[in-house]
Design a binder for this molecule. Structure first.
Ligand code: GLN
Length: 482
């Protein structure tokens, strides 16, 4: 049986009786046990997966109502709450935490008979670009295990690429779905802010982050989006705009569409030469598909990484203050501590990157400095948004390489936070402005994947997925050989 099938192929195979959910889950679990030793894409595996698959098959046999996923195995980033099993955020602080409820996206998938095969590894609290900051050890890139899989949803992307599941859900605060999708040669979508409920997603910087689907095919991402999007009474930031079928008309093409090349993301010293030449070949492909291409400028992009790190650390400083070993965290004997020493001891359970961000996050919004940092960052954010909205008056899509660099080796950037933060330069704009963006695998250079990023205006996911699908059609990439 072939594990390298798309979500849509899986569904038709089960419907036609070519495979059973049980067979597919058994084979998937076998794949996981054979490769997890070297990949470490998962933090935990769903022990009941096989029983759940049997229950799905029973429903199918007895012609009971069956959900749209037909027992499809999906991995879930471990900062998304599931009430059975642990939700750790890859942090020592939550290593034994069991959520009392399911995230909205999780209940939606469960109610449609998806099998949540395991919790995927990530950088601690989703802060990073390599999963090197997971308290439980990094995930490896299935294309070459000496290299990082990207981050922070590195476990999600690695598990999809290594056929350890059909699809995954990640979270994207500044690129965490798109970056690992690019590094592992899979598709990753950051939806419009508010399109998908964040209820049950453990907050890092809640004003800009979204849960997003990762899969091997664009059409699978569209299918997942159909089932996770929508207004949620438990998340007041969700938008009531879900009359769309993202899968229907996905093959409409992009003939005559106007595409802008974001100059600030597609040129310059920080851009790897191989990524740059791959990008220009993608531009050619878009042109052959009948799009009209023009270079354009978003000059605020220069300030976005600084802005992103001011805003997100300020939010993280506040969001993570609940991990005090009283409400959440390690059980700690209160004896012998006064308040401050207790808190400082408790916070030592955070890893180095989270600690760094908590310290910066306490500083940037503080009295006397807020004007210089937080308020200035908010101004840049609104200027950037204006520029982007203006651009979409003229263009249907804006494109760039997803990440300016190739996947790198473990340890290469861990001691150089600024170099690490610069890897986010092409992805943070979508988060700061709320627009959707997708990464589509385009080439493999010396065994290392390179993805292309397409942005669309808010709530234009349907058109965005059509463009991504058209680009996908110009490629014929191999799967990973493990
Ligand atoms: N690399 C970015 C950061 O560390 C993005 C993370 C994310 O999207 N969760 O903040």
């Amino acid at each position: 049986m072939n594990l390298a099938i798309s979500a849509l192929e899986y569904i038709s195979d089960v419907k036609n009786g070519n495979i059973t959910a049980e067979e597919f889950i058994a084979k998937t679990l076998d794949q996981i046990s054979r490769h997890e030793g070297k990949l470490h894409a998962f933090i935990s595996i769903n022990e009941k997966a096989l029983d759940q698959a049997k229950a799905v098959d029973k429903k199918i046999k007895s012609k009971e109502k069956i959900g749209a996923f037909y027992g499809m195995p999906i991995s879930i980033k471990d900062n998304i709450s599931i009430k059975d099993g642990k939700t750790t955020c890859a942090s020592k602080m939550l290593s034994d935490y069991v959520s009392p409820y399911d995230a909205t996206v999780v209940s939606k998938l469960k109610s449609q008979d998806a099998i949540l095969i395991g919790k995927a590894n990530l950088d601690e609290f989703a802060m990073g670009v390599a999963t090197e900051f997971s308290a439980f050890g990094p995930s490896k890139n299935p294309w070459n295990t000496d290299y990082v899989p990207g981050g922070s949803s590195g476990g999600s992307a690695a598990s999809v690429s290594a056929l350890e599941c059909v699809a995954s859900l990640g979270s994207d605060t500044g690129g965490s779905v798109r970056n690992p999708a690019s590094f592992c040669s899979v598709v990753g979508l950051k939806p419009t802010y508010g399109l998908v409920s964040r209820y049950g997603l453990i907050s890092y910087a809640n004003s800009i982050e979204q849960i997003g689907p990762i899969a091997r095919k664009v059409e699978d991402v569209a299918f997942l989006l159909n089932h996770i999007a929508g207004k949620d009474p438990n998340d007041s930031t969700t938008i009531d705009n879900h009359a769309q079928d993202y899968l229907a008309e996905i093959d409409s093409g992009i003939q005559g569409k106007k595409i802008g090349i974001i100059k600030e993301m597609s040129k310059g010293a920080g851009l790897d030469k191989n990524v740059e030449s791959t990008f220009w070949r993608a531009v050619d492909s878009f042109e052959k598909l009948g799009a009209k291409i023009e270079e354009m400028s978003l000059d605020m992009v220069e300030y976005t990484v600084a802005t992103y790190y001011v805003l997100t650390t300020a939010e993280a400083g506040s969001n993570l203050s609940r991990y005090d070993n009283i409400r959440y965290g390690y059980p700690m004997d209160l004896e012998g501590y006064e308040f401050k020493s207790y808190i400082s001891k408790a916070r030592r359970n955070f890893g180095p990157e989270v600690t760094r961000r908590m310290i910066i996050g306490g500083f940037v919004p503080s009295a006397g400095f807020a004007g210089k940092y937080l308020l200035k960052a908010l101004k840049v954010k609104s200027k950037l948004k204006k520029q982007v909205l203006e651009a979409f008056k003229k263009f249907d899509f804006l494109i760039s390489p997803t990440v300016p660099i190739l996947p790198f080796k473990f340890g290469e950037k861990i001691d150089d936070p600024l170099a690490m933060y610069m890897a986010d330069i092409n992805t943070v704009t979508a988060n700061l402005t709320g627009i959707p963006a997708i990464s589509v695998p385009f080439e493999i250079h010396n065994g290392l994947p390179i993805g292309i990023q397409i942005h669309a205006n808010s709530l234009q996911e349907k058109q965005l997925l059509q463009a991504a699908y058209a680009l996908q059609g110009t490629t014929s990439l191999p799967g990973v050989s493990l």
